[in-house]
Design a protein around this ligand. Structure first.
Ligand code: PLP
Length: 490
């Protein structure tokens, strides 16, 4: 039945205060965006007053349209400032070996990566079947870019110990049709920095562009280096690096919706643009995927950078570095847990070596104690792991995390590993995506407690089932499960 008072378009408009109350009530079911207990999705510096500043800046420019930089010079000025700041931080600008760096502000890391791939593809119109070389630890957004842009993806395996690709494998994957080679600084899953200098060198030797995905680490690694960390060269100081992405809505601590894509020079950026005059309306010229763009996220990012400044980011990086060290110690202190990689940026990633300690059950036990971590499924010889994105707001929580982790591990051991019915596991292992029927999906979803509404508190069974499935089936099952959630409210 259609509810005329609670639907999105009530017959009679509602008072502002009530609408806000409704939103706050809905938000109560969300994971906590602030407070340092959520180790993915959010980036919280824990700086008093910063949210209020960003919100005020957002409000100033929310209705400004980035569609036409000549109509709204305020937005152009702020975008150019953001690009300049990112370029300088990443080894470009006056007085560097990359003085002609240019860039664009995009809506996020995925858009930056799609555009890096588009620019590389469209620079080679002579190729009918362009390809990109991406280590498997590269972000999934490269696969999305390849899919959207009909570019073939050549994955390069990573070493199970170092979690980095071998440069020889990257070189071997480059073909005459290759338009782009990718390196991560660092990878999202494990937080390790690829051998950027060596990868860029083999790309340059082949005459191919090299993109460094610093979406995650581009705003932390330079500060960590200034603080004395042994950060290897990964930016425009490296010859052969042609483009770099860095997300301001991650470690620049800006509200969501801002990333920067940099190119070493304007010629490299040119094929990123889309222009169209062959219709009776305005000539459309877009540097990025969106055409109409809100000024809100850009103004909020501008305010955030100006307010925090270099000293602020340095301080936040130092606090985050110490939090990473504390969390890593907490992992080392628990028998049966092992760091998958020694932290070299702002990720702590661990696995379980003891079959009696089910990592997915551990994640549920942590959730039950108010700690929200991110499980990662076993993949191509790499074990299942738990990912922690560490931000400055985590620091005051570190002393509580150690005991909570130890307690959660003890509880997970006591509960024992997830045991799924053997026939269900066999089904997951043998089913093909094509064989999935709506009934089968509905049955699986119901059996796992998935359906309308928030995910169940305990996800270990779901993760165990997904892990038993081949990757194509994992993708399809999750598409179907998410599809069940995305239904209109009437
Ligand atoms: C290394 C890296 N690249 C790309 C992305 C995609 O960014 P977004 O989620 O903003 O699209 C992420 C997100 O975590 C990332 O860590």
């Amino acid at each position: 039945m259609i509810d005329e008072t609670t639907g999105a378009l009530p017959v009679e408009g509602m008072p502002a205060a009530r609408v806000l109350d409704e939103i706050r009530a809905l938000r109560a079911a969300d994971r906590p965006t602030h407070g340092g207990r959520l180790f993915a999705y959010v980036y919280d510096p824990g700086v008093a007053g910063l949210d209020e500043l960003a919100q005020a800046a957002y409000a100033e420019s929310a209705h400004v349209n980035g569609l036409d930089p000549t109509a709204f010079p305020s937005l152009l000025a702020m975008e150019n400032t953001l690009v300049g700041a990112a370029a300088r931080l990443l080894g470009g600008g006056p007085g560097t070996s990359a003085p002609d760096v240019v860039g664009s502000v995009t809506s996020g890391g995925t858009e930056s990566l799609i555009l890096a791939v588009k620019a590389a593809r469209d620079a080679r119109p002579d190729l009918t079947e362009p390809r990109i070389v991406v280590p498997v630890s590269g972000h999934a957004a490269f696969a999305k870019a390849a899919h959207y842009l009909r570019v073939a993806l050549d994955p390069v395996p990573v070493d199970p110990v170092t979690l980095r690709p071998a440069v020889a494998d990257v070189a071997a994957a480059i073909r005459p049709e290759t338009v782009l080679v990718v390196a991560s600084a660092p990878s999202y899953a494990h937080g390790v920095i690829d051998p950027v200098a060596e990868i860029a060198a083999v790309a340059a030797a082949a005459g191919v562009r090299c993109h460094v995905d610093a979406c995650f680490g581009g705003w932390t690694l330079p500060w960590l280096r200034r603080l004395g960390a042994p950060v290897p060269p990964f930016d425009f100081a490296v010859p052969g690096v042609t483009s770099i992405s860095v997300d301001l809505h991650k470690y620049a601590y800006a509200p969501k919706g801002v990333s920067v894509l940099l190119h070493r020079d304007p010629g490299l950026r040119a094929p990123q643009f889309f222009a169209y005059a062959d219709w009776p309306g305005y000539t459309m010229v877009n540097p990025v995927i969106a055409s109409t763009r809100s000024g809100g996220p850009i103004a909020a990012a501008y305010a955030t950078l100006r307010h925090l400044g270099e000293d602020g980011y340095l301080r936040l990086a130092a606090v985050t570095r110490d939090a990473v060290a504390g969390l890593a110690d907490a992992v080392r202190a628990v028998d049966g847990l092992r760091l998958l990689a020694e932290p070299e940026s702002t990720v702590v990633c661990f696995t379980a070596d003891d079959p009696g300690l089910d990592l997915f059950v551990l994640v549920d036990e942590l959730t039950a104690r108010g700690w929200h971590t991110q499980p990662q499924l076993a993949y191509a010889g790499l074990p299942a792991s738990v990912h922690l994105t560490v931000t400055a707001a985590v620091a005051p929580r570190v002393p509580e995390f150690g005991p909570a982790l130890a307690e959660a591990a003890a509880a997970a051991r006591a509960a024992g590993p997830v045991v799924l019915p053997p026939e269900l596991l066999a089904l997951a292992g043998s089913l093909t995506p094509e064989a999935l029927t709506p009934d089968l999906i509905a049955g699986l979803a119901a059996g796992l407690g998935l359906g309308a509404g928030p995910a169940p508190d305990r996800m270990a069974a779901v993760n165990t089932l997904l892990q038993a499935a081949p990757v194509r089936l994992r993708e399809r099952l999750l598409v179907e499960f998410v599809g069940l959630l995305q239904r209109p409210t009437w």
